[in-house]
Write a protein that binds this ligand. Structure first.
Ligand code: SF4
Length: 366
């Protein structure tokens, strides 16, 4: 079974750090967009069974009630497995009884809320439109309808000191929701922060915050199952795990990516092209080597790592024979335990550096 990602590229305002594919919401564009989305799905979907649907953005919750109902009609095209996880992303300021009822009545069983911070100074810096009081009220309301809730937590803001961070972490823990996605703020190109030439926080402070998050959430019973994601047992995201397991998924909508039958593709980010039915920007068949590399890059994001026996069964190649694994185990970057190859806990923070070493043939098994 495959997963589905659906991108809704509209937002009511633009956050200072955002480099996602998004536009300011306009009802006329949204109406046209949903028509194009329906056409793309009808054209590209193989009518196979679906195990997870993630409706993200952008901000899906900024659509009007009629547009959201229209979106749910479109989703009925899919052959949905009875246990399918269906996630809908919401911004705090959009949450209302009316919206939560619509989501519940239309089969949504998981919601993901973009809180980012409780600190009003941080929220203003990010150009988020909610405040601390509103977060608490809205999460309380959302809990009346959903128990499978993720919240996003952004830390390491350039204006943030350690005590601001600690108080934010405390607030997130007190929410007592079953899933947290944490992000250290990165200043990407073509964002408001990059135009303003804002400097990132010091790396050591960023690392100190990350370690504190891991330790505190672990103590509160969260499983650290992926480098940035924490879940109470049983609440790990099916959709995200599908991606990190290098399994197949459809991506529909502007700027979406997908991976279907050895074909990886990326949709256009140009709204006009998309509305005219020119959905794809790039598509390419991946080689066996690229597929193995993806399996490693994605799989090592999981704290449990990669099952090397499954790797062999899938590719008929011993991972140690093809990649620079043995020497990295000897050097203390990786560990192999009960057939699971993983990055050592104290090295997770330098994951990208380790991945480069694994894929670098030059260093192979020195
Ligand atoms: S971070 Fe989310 S809400 Fe903010 S502009 Fe980007 S897509 Fe929109």
């Amino acid at each position: 079974m495959r997963g589905v990602y659906i991108h809704i590229p509209f937002c009511k305002s633009i956050c200072s750090y955002c480099d996602f594919c998004k536009f300011l919401y306009s009802p006329s564009w949204a109406g046209e967009y949903l028509k194009a989305l329906e056409r793309e799905i009808k054209e590209k979907y193989d009518n196979d069974e679906i195990k997870s649907i993630y409706i993200g953005g952008g901000t899906p919750s900024c659509l009007s009630k009629e547009e959201i109902l229209n979106l749910f009609k479109i989703i009925k095209i899919f052959k949905i497995n009875s246990k399918c996880e269906i996630t809908f992303e919401l911004n705090v300021d959009d949450i209302s009884i009316n919206l939560l009822e619509i989501l519940k009545e239309n089969g949504i069983n998981r919601i993901s809320i973009g809180i980012q911070s409780f600190n009003d100074i941080n929220l203003k810096f990010m150009n988020r439109k909610h405040n601390k009081k509103e977060i608490k009220e809205k999460i309380k309301l959302a809990k009346n309808y959903f128990n499978n809730i993720n919240v996003d937590f952004m830390f390491a803001l350039p204006i943030e000191n350690y005590s601001m961070f600690l108080s934010d972490l405390h607030e997130f823990i007190n929410l007592n929701v079953p899933h947290l996605s944490t992000y250290s703020l990165i200043i990407e190109d073509n964002t408001i922060l990059s135009y303003k030439k804002i400097e990132p926080i010091k790396e050591e402070l960023d690392y100190r915050m990350y370690k504190k998050i891991c330790k505190s959430l672990n103590r509160k019973g969260y499983v650290h199952y992926e480098i940035s994601n924490f879940a109470k047992p049983g609440y790990e995201s099916v959709h995200n795990l599908n991606y990190w397991n290098n399994d197949e998924y459809y991506g529909f909508g502007l700027g979406a990516h997908g991976y279907i039958s050895e074909l990886r593709y990326e949709n256009t980010r140009a709204l006009n092209d998309y509305l005219e039915g020119n959905y794809r920007l790039k598509e390419f068949i991946i080689s066996k080597r690229e597929d193995m590399e993806n399996e490693i890059i994605l799989g090592l994001r999981k704290i449990n790592g990669i099952n090397i026996k499954d790797f062999f069964d899938k590719f008929k190649i011993n991972i140690q024979d093809e990649f620079n694994i043995t020497s990295l185990i000897k050097k203390g970057y990786l560990e192999l335990e009960d057939n699971f190859l993983k990055i050592k806990e104290d090295k997770i923070y330098i994951m990208n550096e380790i991945l480069n070493k694994i894929l670098d043939k030059g260093e192979q098994n020195e």
